[in-house]
Design a protein around this ligand. Sequence first.
Ligand SMILES: Nc1nc2c(ncn2[C@@H]2O[C@H](COP(=O)(O)OP(=O)(O)OP(=O)(O)O)[C@@H](O)[C@H]2O)c(=O)[nH]1
Ligand SMILES: [Mg+2]
Length: 444
Amino acid sequence: MLDRLSDRLNNVVRSVSGKSRITEQNIADAVEEIKVALLEADVNLKVVRRFVSRTVREASGESVLRSVSPGQQFVKVVYDKLVEFLGDERQDLALRGPDVPSVILFAGLQGSGKTTSAAKLALRLKKEGRRPLLVAADLVRPAAVDQLQQLGERIGIPVEAIPGSKDPKAVVKAGLARAKKEQLNVVIIDTAGRMQVDEALMEEIRQVSALAKPDERILVADAMTGQNAVEVARAFHESVDLTGVILSKFDSDTRGGAALSIKTIAGTPIKFIGTGEGVEDLEPFYPERIASRILGMGDVVSLVEKAQETIGADDAERLQKKIRSATFTLEDYLEQFQRVRKMGSVQSLLEMIPGMKGNIDPDQLDMDQMKREEAIILSMTREERHNHRIIGMSRRKRIAAGSGSSVFEVGQLIKRFDKMRAMMKKVSKNKKYQSQLMAQMGHR
Ligand SMILES: Nc1nc2c(ncn2[C@@H]2O[C@H](COP(=O)(O)OP(=O)(O)OP(=O)(O)O)[C@@H](O)[C@H]2O)c(=O)[nH]1
Ligand SMILES: [Mg+2]
C-alpha cells in the first residue's frame, strides 16, 4: 500500500530538496504535484485541501525560504504535515491494570476483519503478559461462533460462547462473569457486522457497549474500501464514540488514502494495522514511520533528520575542528551517540566529518556495540572522558565494574577510539580512508 503515492512524493521531494534556492513559485509547483498525488491516492478531498493550505502557509514563511537549506526545510514541512494528518503520535490502547479486567469491543461492517483482528489483538496482548478472553457475540452469521472458537484454539486463548443463543448481551454478560471468575484480565468482544451502516447494527452495538462499558471501542475498517472506510469510521464514531480504528488489509494493493484521512475526517486515531491473514499480522500504527515510508526512506528521511537537527552550525563547526586536529574526546563521542540515538541514524555524525558524505546505510551499524560503548563511557569521570590516555589499569577496573563490562572491553573501547580518532583526522584530509573509518565505527 501507499507505494504509488510514495513514488510520486519521492520525486517531488527529490527535485525540491536538491535546490539550494527556492522561490514561492517552486513551492507552489511542488505543492500542486503533491496535491495531485494525494488525490490519486484516494485521500479525502477535505484532507487534501487542508494539507495543501497548511503546507503552503508554513513553507512560504521566511524560516523556510531564507534558511540555509530551503529544500530540506520544505521537505520537513511536508513530513510534519503528513505525520499530523496520520495522527501525530502513536496511540496505544488504554487498558486497566492487571487486576481489573479491561474490555475491548470490536465493531465494523461485514467482512471488514473484526473476528480475525480480535484474535490477532488477543494474541498480541497475551504475549504482553495479559490473560485475554474472546467473547463470541456475533450471533448473526451462523458460522461466526465456530470461526472464533477455531481461532481461539489456534492461539491458545479461551472463547466464551453460548451455543444457539440469539442474544449478544447474554453472551457478553457470561463473558464478563467468566473473566472475573477465572481472573482473565482482557475481555475482547467480537460483534456482528452488516453489509452497510444501518440503524439495527448501530443499535446492537450501542446496547452491547452500554452493557459491557468497554475501555476501548475499536472499529475494524477495511483499507480496501478506500473512502468508504473513512465514512464508516465517521458513522461509527458518531454512534458509539470510538476510541480507535484498526485499519485491516493494509497489505492489500490499494491506494492507501484512507490511512491519511481517517484521523482528520472521522476524528479517531488508527491504533493498529492489519498486514495479512495470519494471527501475527497486526502492527501498531506509527504515524512517523508511515510518513517516512510515504516520503521514501533513506535519502529523504535523512534530509528530514538533517533539517530537524538540533545541532547548530556553530556546534558542527566546533566538532569539525576537533576532528581535524584530533582533539575529539570521549565526551564528544558520547554526545554523538546520544544524537545518533535521537535521530535513529548515524548519518548526521558521518556528515560532520569533512569529506564523509558517502552512501552510508545506517541500518548496518551495530547499535548493540554502541550501547555497550555508551555504558562504558558513562562510567568514566569527566577527566577520563576528556583525556582517555590517563585511563590505566586501576581506572579500567573501576570503569568495568561500573558499566557491567570487562576490563578487556574497556581496553578495547579505548583502543578503538584512539584508532578512530586518528582515522577521522585522516579522512577529513583524504576520502580514501572512509571504509577504514566505517570499520572502526562498528559498521558491519
Ligand atoms: N490480507 C488480509 N486479509 C485480512 C486481514 N484481516 C482480515 N482479513 C481477511 O478478511 C476476511 C474477513 O475477515 P473476518 O475477520 O472474518 O471479518 P469479519 O469482520 O469478522 O466478518 P463478519 O464476521 O462476516 O462480519 C478473512 O478472509 C480474513 O482472513 C488483513 O489484515 N489482511
Ligand atoms: Mg466476524
